[in-house]
Design a protein around this ligand. Structure first.
Ligand code: GDP
Ligand code: IMO
Ligand code: MG
Length: 424
């Protein structure tokens, strides 16, 4: 039995998809269990770049079953566009399976996402405006529409009509907005999309359970990251799902006893898109250098990502809250040619040392990073074995491991599939 969970251990974009892609080669099933097309997962194969939002990154391997689980919120139009792009590149989606229990992102969710952000003004979250929050709101409020509803035409029609009426009223009367939806049009458009998706529908909990029980290799592809978790992240500057490993159990419908390993993906520095406190953020030329060398611009929105030094307080928090058994440390090649690389080992707040990631955003905003400096390294993009890494880079990897409390088993030295070093 081998079931591995891969999650983001920072604020997302840690290079999860690259790790999934590498591990997919030996996997039978790859499963997404939360989030939606707010995710942007990049895989580079022989210089060709693939960007995934809803389809699991494992689709590049013909024998791999790719599951979009019940905890994912699916924009039907978005996933169809992704499928079409893959088909254009000659990649089959024959092995794609979509959960009957997954909630559908409807057009009014996207409109409401935008309206709510505007309404928040300066306190906006900086969402991807993909309708993720409003869709999860409907799910929690018990008025959402699921894939299985499409298979019952009367139920589907009733739910769409009821939602459109209510959302129109909210847009107009609460937000003074002028967008109004026509239920007939929405029904026609979404029936069209869902008809095309129907061949992929399945009870995905059965697929995942059977695969694990049959001793197949199953990978769970996390989206977003620990600090974007609605419970454990920097609330309210978070997404509306559970990117921590615990989210996989609910979002894929598997019990925790069926999971063997939990790998947290980190970058050798930290980035975040959207708003909210970020203790190690760099506002100087060093921040700019990391952004440019690391190509830190959003896969989904194209926004420049905020950059900062590696934060071990966050790393330790991720190891603890997700029970991480290993760390994949990506992008340390981006730190090449920096004389002294900094690692944040704790925070200082009102003169006192803070060693654990605070719950309160106001406290976090007051935290000043306490840094340790380490000697840097040069170009490592052509190195393929751990023993060949410069001693300074190895010392950095070991320090990350010590401070975070889990073994670093993989080190990323470039975006390509082969630019990954297994640590002895
Ligand atoms: P994800 O959302 O966690 O899958 O990450 P993204 O795809 O949004 O962003 C990670 C970016 O870093 C992508 O452009 C990857 O191709 C790239 N990348 C991943 N690992 C490495 C690495 O070790 N070094 C470098 N230079 N780039 C990497
Ligand atoms: P991957 O899977 C980085 C951020 C948004 C915003 C907040 C809420 O590629 O790592 P939402 O649209 O989810 O309501 O936005 O979460 N966010 C991400 N940041 N990587 C992601 O996904 C993200 N998905 C959402 O920028 O700050
Ligand atoms: Mg991303």
């Amino acid at each position: 039995m081998s079931a591995k969970v891969i999650i983001g251990a920072q604020w997302g974009d840690e290079g999860k998809a690259k790790i999934i892609d590498i591990l997919s080669e030996q996997s039978d099933v790859v499963v997404r269990s939360q989030g939606g097309n707010n995710a942007g997962h990049t895989v580079t194969v022989n210089g060709e770049v693939y960007k995934f939002h809803l389809v699991p990154s494992g689709i590049l391997y013909p024998g791999t079953t790719c599951v979009v689980g019940n905890g994912v919120v699916i924009d039907p139009k978005g996933i169809l566009e992704e499928i079409a792009l893959l088909h254009n590149k000659g990649i089959s989606t024959e092995n794609l399976r979509i959960s009957l229990r997954a909630h559908i992102v409807m057009p009014y969710h996207k409109t409401l996402d935008g309206i709510k952000e505007e309404y928040r003004g300066n306190s906006d979250i900086g969402t991807t405006k993909k309708g993720i929050g409003p869709c999860y709101m409907d799910k929690a409020e018990r008025s959402g529409i699921r894939m299985c509803d499409y298979l019952n035409p009367e139920i589907f029609e009733a739910k769409v009509r009821e939602n459109v009426e209510l959302k129109n009223s909210i847009i107009k009367n609460v937000y003074n907005g002028d967008v109004q939806f026509d239920a007939d049009q929405v029904l026609e458009e979404y029936r069209g999309y869902l008809k095309q998706l129907e061949p992929y529908f399945a009870d995905t909990t059965v697929i995942v359970y059977d695969a694990i029980k049959e001793g197949k290799k199953v990978l769970f592809e996390g989206a977003q990251g620990t600090l974007l978790d609605i419970d454990l992240g920097t609330y309210p500057y978070v997404t509306s799902s559970h990117p921590v490993t615990g989210g996989v159990c609910v979002g894929a419908g598997v019990g925790p006893t069926l999971i063997d390993d939990c790998i947290g993906v980190m970058k050798g520095y930290v980035t975040r898109v959207g708003k909210g406190p970020f203790p190690t953020e760099l506002f100087d030329e060093m921040g700019e250098q990391i952004r440019n060398v690391g190509h830190e611009f959003g896969t989904t929105t194209g926004r420049p990502r905020r950059t900062g030094w590696f934060d071990a307080v966050i790393g330790k928090f991720a190891v603890r809250t997700s029970g991480l058994t290993a760390i994949a440390l990506n992008k340390i090649d981006v730190l090449a040619d920096i004389d002294k690389v900094k690692i944040c080992v704790a925070y200082k707040k009102d003169g006192a040392l803070v060693k654990e990631f605070p719950a309160s955003l106001e406290d976090l905003a007051k935290c000043e990073p306490v840094y340790e400096e380490m000697d840097g390294w040069g170009d490592i993009t052509n190195i393929r074995s751990y023993s060949e890494l410069p001693e300074t880079a190895k010392a950095y990897v070991k320090r990350v491991e010590e401070l975070c409390g889990a073994k670093v088993t993989m080190v990323g030295v470039g975006p390509n599939r082969d630019q990954n070093i297994y640590v002895d």
